[in-house]
Design a protein around this ligand. Structure first.
Ligand SMILES: [Fe+2]
Ligand SMILES: [Fe+2]
Length: 396
């Protein structure tokens, strides 16, 4: 991901201080993720000590409300992507606290689903019922999705052992190689094999259909994301607009904006700008729209930068901070072409690598993107071979 990470103690102290600049804390969270995965390749005591310290640091950040909802939900997201069961107790505790912020609780539920620890089911079920009674719709829908995806993994476990056409954390069957997840993110729903036969428009219809279950709509979203390209981006943009008018699921729209951030396509700028501009839109959606805009660099930064600057003083702290993160990232990761001692990044942390040329938001997407594990690459290659009717090398 990055050439070098700061020492663990530097990252721990950034996270232990909610007063440190938000850009610094955000980077610290992703550097911690990097240190955690670097440590996974070692098997000695010091690697397991590093992992425990990473989890402890993220746990303390998540519990400390002084960090604000944006940072706390980001810590929960990173914990989910670590896939480590030791993260579950604090995530369960946050999810069950109905006085806590819905956005943070949502991310805790999503992280529990990403980790997929069976013992978390009871908390998810309890919170599902309680949030329905309390009409905490984002939390309710996330718990529903989490349970759906955990059931789905269980049902597909046997199939996964016998097919090479696999992807999606527990290696879900996919219908076609063009639907493979090009990102290594653990997604909240798998694509659907039958979607391989549908047009972009038909997938967009499922995504926009409020009569379909949230799980089905999410599956159509990830099928579109995996297919990629401008026609997929346009269907995702259509959903952002269409669903805001119908007002069926802010959760769905926030995930659409996230996926558009992964796709980083200039054709999404207009729709994302509209979401960010819309003050009646849910803050979770506006936040993801701001970060997604920050991720689009290729040929669109001149358009994106003034939009982010306009909302960097938004009355909603989550929206405001999201814009600041995207702008700070632009300085830090190289939108600023200067790299001299007076450049904005110098005020921050001189341990951190300043040679990177992508924005922070892109690094966030990259942190969960493109398979680098050689086993996965081989597996993907085998699937591609089948797609093109080339005989695979092995019988798997
Ligand atoms: Fe989320
Ligand atoms: Fe988010």
């Amino acid at each position: 991901m990055w050439d070098s990470a700061p020492p663990l103690s530097v990252l721990e102290s950034s996270i232990s201080n909610p007063e440190s600049p938000i850009g610094m804390r955000m980077r610290a969270a992703y550097f911690l993720k990097q240190l955690y995965s670097n440590a996974s390749t070692g098997s000695n005591d010091s690697s397991s000590d590093v992992q425990q310290r990473v989890i402890a640091s993220l746990t303390s950040g998540l519990k400390d409300t002084h960090h604000g909802s944006l940072m706390r939900h980001e810590y929960a997201y990173v914990m989910g992507q670590l896939g480590d069961e030791r993260c579950c107790p604090v995530l369960e505790q946050i999810l069950e606290n109905d006085h806590d912020c819905a956005m943070v609780r949502h991310e805790a539920a999503e992280a529990l689903a990403a980790i997929g620890f069976d013992k978390s089911r009871s908390v998810l079920q309890r919170t599902l019922l309680h949030s329905q009674e309390q009409q905490q719709i984002e939390v309710y829908e996330t718990c529903l999705l989490a349970l759906n995806v955990m059931d789905w993994r269980l049902q597909n476990k046997d199939k996964n052992e016998t097919t090479a056409e696999t992807n999606f954390k527990t290696e879900a069957p996919v219908g076609c190689a063009c639907m493979l997840n090009p990102y290594s993110s653990v997604d909240p729903a798998p694509p659907h094999p039958a979607h391989a036969n549908l047009s972009f428009e038909e997938l967009g219809d499922i995504l926009c259909n409020p009569d379909r279950s949230i799980f089905d709509r999410y599956r159509a979203m990830f099928s579109l994301r995996n297919r990629g390209g401008e026609p997929a981006v346009l269907q995702l943009c259509r959903a952002l607009d269409d669903d805001l008018r119908k007002h069926t699921s802010a959760l769905l729209r926030h995930e659409v904006a996230y996926v558009l951030g992964q796709l980083q396509h200039p054709a999404s700028v207009q729709a994302l700008e509209q979401s960010l501009r819309c003050t009646r839109e849910h803050m979770m959606v506006r936040h993801e729209a701001a970060e997604a805009l920050g991720a689009i660099m290729e040929g669109a930064w001149d358009q994106v930068e003034p939009i982010l600057k306009e909302f960097q003083n938004d009355p909603n702290p989550v929206v405001r901070e999201s814009c600041l993160v995207a702008l700070d990232a632009a300085d830090y990761w190289g939108q600023s072409t200067t790299n001299d001692d007076n450049s904005p990044q110098q005020h921050d942390n001189n341990h951190e690598n300043k040679e990177t040329t992508s924005t922070f938001a892109q690094e966030k997407a990259l942190a969960t993107s493109f398979t680098t594990n050689s086993q996965d690459i081989n597996k993907n290659q085998a699937i591609l071979n089948q797609h093109f009717n080339i005989q695979p090398n092995t019988g798997d």
